[in-house]
Design a protein around this ligand. Structure first.
Ligand code: PRP
Ligand code: ZN
Length: 211
């Protein structure tokens, strides 16, 4: 097993380990000249071309790592930042990972407008954003908290509706669901910690990390 010795001079960039943003994030870094070896199971890898390490994390954890300065930069969806309620300086909007947080129901559902959600169960891994939306709409619904794969809950009768991310729409379609309302629109952003500002400014200029 390989262990990396922490070098304080190296910057750490947090990216999603797997999921919607993973590939696009790696492609973006490589377009900025930052490539990482594609080997092994390690959750941290060092760039061969720059003083940078990449951390592969659950996207939901990225705001925490960056706000605590454990990662200097992070690539994460605005949806995740908003759900976590973590305010971080945005270096750039990256233009990929565009998606919507929607409330979706089965094609045959009688739910047609927000008021129809009254007394219904909505499964989501976005309880904060959904709760805010329901309050704004004056709707009392039961939030069923789950940590992923929300799309399966309606056919299994765990919920009457889901509140989840749609990018291509393929996952909703596969479960016979249709989006009804948009709770939030989102894209990937590059965020930074409030520490090591000088070092980061140099880096951002040097590798032109911002397009
Ligand atoms: C979201 C969501 C769906 C998928 C939808 O997951 O939970 O699984 O994207 O994409 P589609 O419309 O293109 O089919 P995400 O990658 O955000 O990760 P998560 O598992 O961390 O929620
Ligand atoms: Zn996630």
């Amino acid at each position: 097993m390989m262990h990396l010795v922490y070098n304080q001079e190296r910057l750490r960039i947090a990216v999603q380990k797997k999921g919607r943003l993973h590939e696009a994030s790696m492609k973006y870094l490589s377009s900025r000249g930052l490539s990482f070896p594609q080997n092994g199971k390690s959750l941290i890898q060092s760039s061969e071309s720059a003083e940078v390490d990449v951390l592969y994390l659950r996207d939901d954890d990225i705001p925490e790592y960056v706000s605590r300065g454990v990662a200097d930069l992070g690539i994460v969806g605005e949806n995740v930042l908003a759900e976590r309620g973590v305010e971080l300086p945005v270096v750039a909007k990256l233009g990929f990972g565009r998606c919507k947080l929607v409330i979706a129901v089965s094609k045959s559902s009688r739910i047609k407008e927000p008021a129809d959600l009254d007394g219904k169960r909505i499964a989501t891994s976005y309880p904060k954003l959904l709760g805010d939306f329901l309050r704004r709409e004056g709707v009392e619904a039961e939030i069923v908290p789950i940590s992923g794969s929300a799309e399966i809950t309606v056919e299994l009768d765990l919920a009457d509706a889901v509140c989840d991310i749609v990018q291509t729409g393929a996952t909703l379609e596969a479960h016979d669901l249709v989006p009804l309302f948009t709770v939030m629109e989102s894209q990937a952003v590059l965020v930074e910690s409030s520490e090591r500002s000088m070092r980061k400014r140099e880096f951002i200029k040097e590798v032109k990390i911002v397009l």
